[in-house]
Ligand binder design. Structure first.
Ligand SMILES: NC(=O)c1ccc[n+]([C@@H]2O[C@H](COP(=O)([O-])OP(=O)(O)OC[C@H]3O[C@@H](n4cnc5c(N)ncnc54)[C@H](O)[C@@H]3O)[C@@H](O)[C@H]2O)c1
Length: 359
């Protein structure tokens, strides 16, 4: 598309990545185009194929110029999934995905957990409508900073230390983001989950910061739960949750449990946000190598992620159309097999795109 034709459109950098990432992103782009959202897409071939061909992960990774280009030239980045068994070190995925999260400082990873239909609900004792909350995961610190030491490798004295880095600035901004999200979406409660009874130093900081930020939002009820208890409660009584905020590692783990509550990884969407900066949107699932190239991957996680991206970009009308079409696909079982349908990736996306175009 030429510059003239692009005028007035928001530019989106698209990184399909590896495995089913390529299929679900193609599916989501079809739906985005059907929505008539004013977007202009530029696709990048970053992923295992490119890495194996010329050793490039994300061009401009080392001097960070690649990330600055994304921030300068694009309104958002839309990513499929990264990870390929031919790259056992996973270095390309780390540099592309964690690179964006860390070097673009996308500190809030927002993962909604919403069960759209009774047919997707894995719980006997709760209704689908009772599973509706948002997890906000810290995205730039914690155990993910890849710091630590390793001594005495192979000896009985071997010791491996992995450092959990939590800064006041990092904790405070993500906790505040969670409260602001609650206010913006009319949600009444924010719960912080940690393991401060054991990780007294790192999570002691989370405790202090959470209490002080909570005091700024008297209209929102603030509470706390240890992460082990939270896992049990997410299964036993999910309706009690509204917004949950947590550190990077616990957020990674509890959002997979959250995905199971919404019908599986194929349904789960996520946004990696720094308010006011170019943010990145990706489905929660990985590249699922055994499913790749078979037209079996569920595209809904990626399509719901596209809807989150539109909402973030201020395109609420188009975003809502996509959400309505997803709901219709789920209700009519115009879906892939993992959520009870009999369609392939392409046909499921085509149904959703048709609904969107008609809306
Ligand atoms: N954000 C990311 O890009 C991301 C996230 C997780 C894992 N990974 C990478 O993906 C690769 C595979 O990892 P994994 O197997 O642990 O996780 P995965 O999410 O790829 O797959 C886990 C399970 O969920 C199923 N699944 C996932 N997405 C699905 C979809 N859209 N439709 C239907 N079923 C779906 C898979 O078949 C598999 O059974 C690894 O290289 C891993 O590092 C990448």
């Amino acid at each position: 598309m030429g510059r003239a034709a692009e005028q007035g459109k928001k530019r989106i950098a698209v990184v399909p990545g590896d495995g089913i990432g390529k299929e679900v992103i193609a599916a989501a782009l079809e739906v985005l185009r059907a929505s008539d959202a004013p977007l202009a897409f530029t696709e990048f071939d970053w992923g295992a194929d490119r890495y194996l061909k010329d050793g490039t992960t994300l061009p401009g990774y080392a001097d960070e110029s690649g990330f600055r280009t994304l921030e300068r030239d694009f309104a958002a980045v839309f990513v499929g999934a990264l990870g390929d068994p031919r790259v056992p070190s996973n270095v390309h995925a780390k540099e592309i995905l964690l690179g964006m999260r860390f070097k673009m400082d996308l500190y809030a990873n927002v993962r909604p957990v919403k069960c759209l239909d009774e047919s997707l609900n894995p719980l006997k004792h709760a209704k689908a409508g009772e599973i509706d909350f948002v997890i906000v995961r810290e995205n730039t610190e914690g155990l993910y900073v890849d710091r630590g030491s390793h001594t005495g490798e192979g000896t009985p004295q071997e010791m491996a230390i992995q450092e959990d880095v939590n800064t006041r600035k990092g904790v405070e901004r993500v906790v505040r983001y969670a409260f602001e999200l609650a206010v913006r979406h009319g949600r009444k409660k924010v719960l912080m989950t940690d393991k401060s009874n054991v990780m007294t130093i790192a999570h002691g900081l989370w405790q202090r910061v959470f209490k002080s930020v909570a005091a700024e939002f008297p209209q929102v009820t603030a509470s706390h739960m240890y992460v082990d208890a939270l896992c049990m409660q997410m299964v036993r009584d999910p309706k009690q949750f509204d917004v949950i905020v947590t550190n990077n590692m616990f957020g990674d783990i509890i959002t997979d449990l959250g995905a199971a509550l919404q019908g599986g990884l194929g349904m789960a969407a996520s946004a990696n946000v720094h308010p006011g900066k170019t943010s990145m949107f990706e489905p929660v699932h990985g590249s699922a190598p055994p499913l790749a190239g078979k037209d079996q991957a569920n595209p809904i996680g990626a399509i719901a992620t596209a809807a989150m991206m539109l909402a973030h970009l201020g395109l609420a009308k188009e975003s809502e159309k996509i959400d309505r079409a997803i709901l219709e696909a789920v209700r009519q079982k115009k879906t892939t097999a993992d959520v009870g349908g009999a369609l392939g990736t392409k046909a499921s996306a085509a149904f959703i795109a048709e609904q969107v175009a008609r809306d």
